[in-house]
Design a protein around this ligand. Structure first.
Ligand SMILES: Nc1ncnc2c1ncn2[C@@H]1O[C@H](COP(=O)(O)OP(=O)(O)OP(=O)(O)O)[C@@H](O)[C@H]1O
Length: 226
């Protein structure tokens, strides 16, 4: 069982407060975070793997203070963004997965075997030797996800993972994310994505203003935006 805890976390960029005393314990399997542009969602998410550190308060992941244990935490917390091109590094699809696997095994043959098995798991088996930049947007996002999951994180944070995808690919990614056993935290403006999640938080101006099941949390957000 994984857990992410925020204890009275504040943060400001230059002088502008972005998070204002956030206290949370996130232990559910699938959690959504919604809120207006600039409400602080990405900042909150980036604190979960040490990309941003709090000005005051603490963030703890599986019992580890993130600010003091960034390396250990990053092995446990995977992160995907809207734009998979930010995460795809190698010329071919298989090589990209193999690069991630250098963190897991030194054995080249094992890396190749595991890369091919992972590509099959993520529906990319037929694309193993394709140049990564020629994949469709949906396939690129699957590759970015596969490259993260192959390292074996216990938590996945997805920051607007469907923003660049058409409806078919967004639905496909929703299903792939929904099938993961790992704890999942998704930030999104695609509210439908969260319909069967366990918990949805609404952020507004750096504060958690609703924390509920998806339907009431989304209804609250809609009322806030109207
Ligand atoms: N590196 C930075 N330097 C300065 N200001 C920043 C930085 N990162 C974020 N901000 C500011 O912090 C505020 C919160 O940004 P954040 O990205 O957390 O919001 P968000 O809720 O994820 O927004 P969106 O839905 O648009 O992605 C915004 O006003 C943003 O301009």
């Amino acid at each position: 069982m994984t857990s992410i805890e925020f204890d009275d976390v504040t943060h400001a960029f230059t002088d502008r407060p972005v998070l204002r005393g956030v206290t949370l314990e996130l232990a559910e399997h699938r959690i959504g975070i919604i809120g207006a542009n600039g409400s602080g969602k990405s900042t909150l998410a980036r604190m979960m793997n040490g990309l941003v550190s709090p000005d005051s308060g603490t963030v703890t992941v599986n019992g580890l203070n993130v600010a003091k244990n960034k390396r250990k935490v990053r092995r446990q917390v995977g992160f995907i963004f809207s734009d998979p091109d930010r995460q795809i590094i190698m010329p071919t699809v298989r090589e990209d997965i193999e690069l991630s696997l250098t963190r897991v095994t030194k054995d080249k043959r094992q890396r190749r075997e595991r890369a091919l098995a992972t590509l099959a798991d993520f529906g990319l088996a037929d694309h193993a030797d394709q140049p990564s930049h020629t994949l469709s947007g949906g396939q690129k996002q699957l590759l970015a996800l596969a490259s993260i999951m192959v390292i074996g994180p216990s938590i996945l944070i997805a920051d607007e993972p469907t923003t660049m995808l058409d409806l078919r690919n967004a639905n496909m990614l929703r299903d792939v994310l929904g099938g993961l056993d790992e704890q999942l935290v998704v930030l999104t403006h695609h509210l439908d994505l969260l319909a069967d999640y366990d918990r949805v938080l609404v952020l507004d101006d750096g504060r958690v203003v609703a924390d509920d099941e998806p339907a009431p949390a989304i209804a609250y957000y809609r009322s806030l935006m109207s």
